[in-house]
Design a protein around this ligand. Structure first.
Ligand SMILES: NC(=O)C1=CN([C@@H]2O[C@H](COP(=O)(O)OP(=O)(O)OC[C@H]3O[C@@H](n4cnc5c(N)ncnc54)[C@H](OP(=O)(O)O)[C@@H]3O)[C@@H](O)[C@H]2O)C=CC1
Ligand SMILES: O=C(O)C1=N[C@H](C(=O)O)C[C@H](O)C1
Length: 252
């Protein structure tokens, strides 16, 4: 039985993971971490991770970058593998995550769905094939509650494009303040927020008189939660400290 902690357990994704975990005979959610430590029927919830003294095999985090410090402190002290799904971490936080991964296994992905990870692979291939003949632009759309922009997934897709382009691409997040034609080595990233859109990512390759679009649409949060549960099982079994991502789980 996999003993799981859910960080951000009261949120949209935390509740989705808890629902999937409850339906999985191989998982027991032993604790939740969240800002409001309201006890649920199924597991206790702690505002400070260090207050939880029980055993656990893995922690899955869908919360907020502000939760990171306490979560890393807890996971490092208790040697808990950590699946980090929260997006919007700063450069300093990303280096703190890498530091902790010397002590514990850390799985991090801005998008836990199988579909987006295939999309990233397709983007890499398209960039390698198209070279510098096409301009790359990314458009992401999310629900009105989302606080970080651009999305973690848009950055993942931009990194995938950058890794395969023949030039050193720079990311451009807004065009309003710049009055000049688009640069040859830019990857533009645009964010749309509204309603209840679960998550849409479109990578546009715009060339001379032709445009190619690779698009992924998530219709439910379950696609992310399923991936997070798979990652949790994988990470608890790995045991070896280090950084892991979906390429370790899927065969990309
Ligand atoms: N990698 C992936 O595949 C995916 C990643 N995400 C990411 O997961 C994160 C959560 O998304 P979502 O569930 O929609 O967001 P929600 O706002 O619905 O849930 C976040 C939860 O975390 C809580 N929280 C906020 N700050 C802290 C803190 N410092 N310590 C503990 N808990 C805290 C919130 O409490 P309160 O409401 O009181 O602020 C809330 O209950 C986001 O960063 C999002 O981008 C989302 C989907 C997929
Ligand atoms: O906040 C969300 O909802 C999502 N966040 C992730 C991101 O920032 O890319 C993944 C998914 O698109 C949903």
């Amino acid at each position: 039985m996999l003993k799981m902690i859910i960080s951000g357990c009261n949120g949209a994704m935390g509740r989705t993971v808890a629902r999937l975990a409850a339906a999985d005979a191989g998982i027991e959610v032993v604790a939740g971490f969240d800002l409001s430590a309201v006890k649920t029927d199924s597991f206790p919830v702690y505002a400070d991770p260090m207050e939880f003294g029980g055993q656990a095999d893995v922690a899955v985090d869908f919360s907020n970058p502000s939760a990171l410090e306490g979560l890393l402190r807890y996971c490092a002290a208790k040697k808990r593998p950590l699946v980090l799904c929260t997006t919007g971490h700063s450069a300093e936080q990303l280096s703190a995550i890498r530091e902790v991964s010397v002590k514990i296994p850390v799985f991090r992905s801005g998008n836990m769905s199988v579909g987006i990870n295939l999309t990233a692979d397709l983007v890499r291939r398209a960039c390698a094939f198209l070279g510098d003949g096409f301009d790359v632009e990314i458009v992401e759309r999310h629900h009105r509650r989302k606080v970080d922009a651009p999305s973690g997934t848009a950055l993942m897709l931009a990194d995938a494009a950058k890794s395969a382009l023949p030039y050193d691409a720079g990311y451009v997040f807004e065009r309003q303040s710049v009055r000049q034609p688009r640069g040859k080595t830019e990857i533009g990233i645009s964010s749309v927020r509204g309603g209840t859109i679960v998550g849409e990512h479109e990578v546009i390759f715009a060339g001379l008189d032709e445009v190619i679009e690779i698009k992924h649409t998530a219709y439910s949060r379950d696609v992310f939660a399923v991936g997070a549960v798979r990652a949790a099982k994988f990470l608890a079994a790995v045991k070896k400290p280090g950084m892991y991502d979906m390429s370790d789980l899927l065969n990309f």
